[in-house]
Design a protein around this ligand. Structure first.
Ligand SMILES: NC(=O)c1ccc[n+]([C@@H]2O[C@H](COP(=O)([O-])OP(=O)(O)OC[C@H]3O[C@@H](n4cnc5c(N)ncnc54)[C@H](OP(=O)(O)O)[C@@H]3O)[C@@H](O)[C@H]2O)c1
Length: 333
């Protein structure tokens, strides 16, 4: 078993801890929180006693091999760097950083230190992704795809009452593209590669965060539209239209369902239903495998790394095109 620590004490960290522990490969050895009180409460919840309130001290600790990072986006770079510099394996939540250069720098650091650095993207590690890819192979030439992740934020009411929840605070590099858009960009690039060009637009909130956005990716013989929103709830799935049929996907980030509609009118459900905790268990299992079987898994790991850099590059270009700037953009260029 490998030992891991956590940064961030929200529900997503709970999900990862459950997934990792259920995999039987990981043991939780410590948690970090900015405050001791919250840290102790969180440690108790997960049955561990070691609490850090200084992340650099945690990164120095010989009590852990790896860390799972789920802090606000703005802090990913500093948190990842501290652990990578000290030779710890790192799995960090999406999106890694707002600038491609920072993402590349972290991968270079991981390479120098001989450790694994992974962006926590469920879509890439789910076994049902094979079912989706096989289905896409059955629908002829794909000319149009719509990849969607629109989910009304549970924090929207608070925002509308005048509060500023983290998710609508651009100083933390959050908002719709950085939160849900990345779930659309990843499958598009994983399935179709980098586009020739793209067009994007957004709705900007008063806080300076984007509330929703649309991106159209142009490929030689197809268009792929990405729609994402924190303001409204999607009524339709993602779908991929081919000359011989259409593949519809429920909840693209976790591939909750896959169905195939053929041009003769017949339909077939190819996948549906899943175990919630298993969701993040798959990435915890692959993270473990990349660490413990580096040679056998090298090609797969490098593919994750390549995609992660391409996603960062495209996300940064989208922000630039539609005028979504963060404070760190000027510091970096
Ligand atoms: N893969 C997925 O499905 C998924 C789902 C949700 C979120 N995420 C990602 O996970 C990350 C965290 O998201 P979240 O919604 O949990 O974020 P969040 O609630 O805003 O913050 C996460 C943690 O960081 C600390 N924190 C809160 N505000 C902070 C601030 N202003 N400065 C410094 N630290 C602060 C808190 O931990 P302490 O108080 O204990 O320090 C909090 O639990 C993001 O990168 C997000 O994109 C991924």
């Amino acid at each position: 078993m490998l030992r891991f620590g956590t940064i961030g004490s929200g529900w997503i960290t709970d999900e990862y801890i459950h997934g990792a522990i259920d995999s039987g490969l990981w043991e939780l050895s410590a948690v970090y929180s900015r405050t001791r009180e919250r840290g102790e409460e969180y440690a108790r919840k997960h049955g561990v006693s070691r609490v850090f309130t200084d992340f650099e001290e945690m990164a120095d600790s010989p009590e852990l091999d790896a860390v799972y990072i789920a802090s606000p986006n703005l802090l990913h770079y500093d948190h990842c760097k501290a652990f990578l510099q000290r030779g710890k394996h790192v799995i960090c939540e999406k999106p890694l950083c707002a600038q491609e250069e920072k993402v590349k720098e972290l991968y270079r650091l991981a390479e120098q230190q001989g450790v694994i650095f992974l962006e926590a993207i469920m879509f890439l590690h789910l076994p049902q992704r094979k079912i989706l890819e096989e289905a896409l192979g059955k629908i002829g030439k794909i000319c149009l795809a719509k990849i969607d992740f629109c989910q009304r934020s549970s924090k929207l009411d608070a925002y509308e009452k005048g509060e500023l929840p983290n998710i609508f605070n651009p100083r933390l590099e959050t908002g719709s593209l950085m939160d849900l858009g990345v779930y659309c960009v990843y499958p598009a690039l994983a399935l179709f590669g980098m586009p020739q060009s793209f067009q994007s637009d957004l709705v900007l909130l008063e806080s300076g965060a984007d509330g929703c956005g649309v991106v159209t990716l142009k490929y030689p013989e197809k268009l792929v539209t990405l729609t994402y929103s924190k303001l409204g709830q999607a009524g339709a799935n993602s779908d991929f239209q081919g000359t011989e049929g259409t593949v519809a996907v429920d909840s693209i980030s976790r591939i909750a369902g896959v169905s195939l509609w053929r041009k003769d009118g017949s339909t077939q459900q190819l996948y549906g239903g899943d175990e919630k905790y298993q969701l993040m268990g798959w990435e915890a299992k692959d993270f473990y495998r990349y660490i413990t079987q580096p040679e056998e898994s090298r090609e797969e790991y490098l593919r994750c790394k390549e995609l992660s850099i391409q996603v960062a590059q495209l996300m940064e270009a989208i922000r630039k095109q539609c005028g979504l700037r963060f404070e760190s953009d000027s510091a970096h260029h």
